[in-house]
Design a binder for this molecule. Structure first.
Ligand code: TXA
Ligand code: MG
Length: 316
């Protein structure tokens, strides 16, 4: 299995693989991505195949900075303001695609918009620099499953499907980027994520609404059941059954679970976000009949954490 510690030499090899049209998993500050040259339709096909991802669900294109992003999308003042405030970082902007962007149609699922993000991670940035390519990269998991926040998670999800898996250790944010569409008068929040809604509102100077999930084209990736472990989840648990595993938050931790993982004993939402997906994955492997989850405050990053938990809990 080609898991390589992300040394300079390994990054160079990974860049060459991307240029050759192969797919490579790499770390970002949010989650691990499964990358391909966004201009190469054949390479992008491999990403969809490896993830078993529906073709109607477009990918985020990773770029080094705003300058590069402007070759693929039209930025208005609002988009520029958001990019300046949060890039490099965990914000993806959905913008009007430049007609001559050169990005493969499959990346954007045939839409006339494109999602762009400049990752705040040295390894991801080194790959972008070395390849000089726009890199399309969804999270490196099978479609519908929990996003990987560690190289071992990528191996568990995709095995040897990527030509290479660059190991850069655990992802510090642990939640996917926040996705905001800026195509009309009012920006729309398409996906809650690592940048809390309030931080975006503070930059915009007004509130921002979450897209209606029933509008499929608005947010094609917001499939109801997502981020899902195999074990059923029970949310807002204040007690626990002996056959349940427990995902806890804060000091109110019910006793008697088969196994317990506490996302943050200190009740810190940033720490909880970082630990969320790894915690779900670990409890999924305990053989418990259910995973009970204690309540998590629905503010700041808690909004995105609860969004992921609700989707993970949706019945099959
Ligand atoms: O943090 C992240 O965003 C990670 C890392 C690897 O950068 N990537 C990630 O990609 O989470 P993915 O494919 O798992 O999620 C991309 C989301 C989906 O919900 C997709 O529908 C949405 O972005 N998206 C992409 N292009 C879009 C577009 N043109 N219009 C609306 N939504 C779009
Ligand atoms: Mg994903």
């Amino acid at each position: 299995m080609p898991v390589l510690a992300a040394t300079e030499e390994a990054i160079f090899q990974a860049a060459q693989a991307l240029v050759r049209g192969e797919i490579v998993a790499f770390p970002t500050e949010t989650v691990y991505g499964l990358g391909a040259n966004a201009r190469d339709a054949h390479a992008v096909t491999k990403v969809f195949a490896a993830k078993d991802r529906p073709r109607f669900n477009p990918l985020i294109v990773h770029v080094p900075d705003i300058g590069a992003a402007e070759t693929y999308a039209a930025f208005d003042d609002t988009a520029r303001k958001l990019a300046k405030a949060f890039w490099p970082g965990p914000l993806s902007l959905v913008l009007p695609k430049q007609p001559a962007s050169g990005i493969a149609d499959l990346v954007t699922a045939g839409l006339d918009t494109i999602a762009l993000r400049a990752p705040n991670h040295a390894i991801a940035q080194a790959l972008l620099k070395e390849t000089q390519l726009p890199i399309a990269a969804p999270s490196a998991n099978r479609s519908g499953r929990i996003s990987p926040t560690d190289a071992t998670h990528v191996v568990a999800e995709l095995g040897d499907l990527p030509a290479m898996i660059l190991d850069g250790g655990p992802c510090v944010r642990g939640l996917e980027s926040t996705v905001v569409r800026v195509t009309g008068e009012t920006p729309v929040l398409l996906r809650l994520g690592a940048v809390p809604r309030q931080e975006i509102e503070a930059v915009l100077g007004h509130s921002i609404a979450l897209a209606n999930e029933d509008a499929p084209i608005a947010s094609p990736g917001q499939l109801e059941r997502h981020y899902a472990p195999n074990t059923p989840l029970r949310l807002d648990a204040t007690d626990v059954e002996p056959d349940e595993a427990l995902l806890a938050f804060g000091t109110e931790e019910p006793l008697g679970a088969l196994t317990t993982i506490n996302l943050s004993v200190a009740g810190d939402l940033t720490e909880a976000a970082t630990n969320l997906f790894a915690g779900l994955r670990a409890l999924d492997e305990t053989g418990a009949s259910r995973i009970a989850v204690t309540p998590i405050p629905d503010q700041g990053l808690g909004e995105a954490i609860n969004d992921r938990l609700r989707r993970a809990a949706k019945a099959r």
